[in-house]
Design a protein around this ligand. Sequence first.
Ligand code: CP
Length: 314
Amino acid sequence: MSLQNYTSINDIDNLKKWIEKAREIKANPFNSNHLGKQKTLGLLFFNSSLRTRLSTQKAALNLGMNPIVMNVTGDAWGLEFEDGKIMNGSTAEHIKEAAAVVSQYCDIIAVRAFPSLTDKEKDESEYVINAFKKYASVPIINMESATEHPLQALTDAITIAEFTTKKRPKVVLSWAPHVKALPHAVANSFTQVMQKMSAEFIIVNPEGYNLDPNITKDTPIYHNQNEAFKDADFIYTKNWCAYEDYGKIVEVSENWMITKDKIGNAKFMHCLPVRRNVVVEDAVLDSANSIVIEQANNRTFAAQLVLKKLLENA
Ligand code: CP
């Protein structure tokens, strides 16, 4: 199946093959450095980024593409997404023109747009990424939307495949504390990719923090970290806000911060950025158990695989 857009884990037709291909790219990153010659990748950011911004540009450069980047919020005209709107307020340009115009300059468009965390229905409609898919005439890549972060999750699957010594490792997604209400996108996409992977996958989070049941499906959900972490090979940590009481921080009495004592010999993963000694203690991040830097390195090869597939299809 040829790839039209990469906006969701559902766009991966065969995860095992995708991981193999990404690892081949990692071994020889410049093998296809003419594929993207005279092709332009546009990266549009409605929100901040370090890894996604740099690794996706690097992936494009490795393929011979020209990446161009825009911070949409602040630098572009205020965009309107509502059809039929009388635009006499703060928005100056409709997505219909904006997406069509960016398609004149770019052969592929990548978009980052986080959720409001105040309007569940609107966030779940994925109106930003879907408007780009509707009105652009070129492929769209999701660089983290309201509910999904598929480039990160593909990276995470590649990293687990690289580090595992077992055919079916035990992988635990653990909620951890944070000072702010954070989106569900990373946890959602990680859950979805692990459901496709050869792994014993479980989630552990405090009461009140269950993810969307349409995402977790029959994945076991624990509420006790020590019980969940028993015999774990990989502990993937992420904060997310409440889904049921949407966007809220629900009070948790125990300390869910990841510590060296809790994780034992398991490998520690996090998408980064991470707040030290809030989400995870220094002793974990600074230990050999932490594979977060290798994980971040794999962002380039996940993005490069996706770009390569879209270019091959052009
Ligand atoms: N993990 C991740 O998406 O990092 P950035 O937000 O820095 O891009």
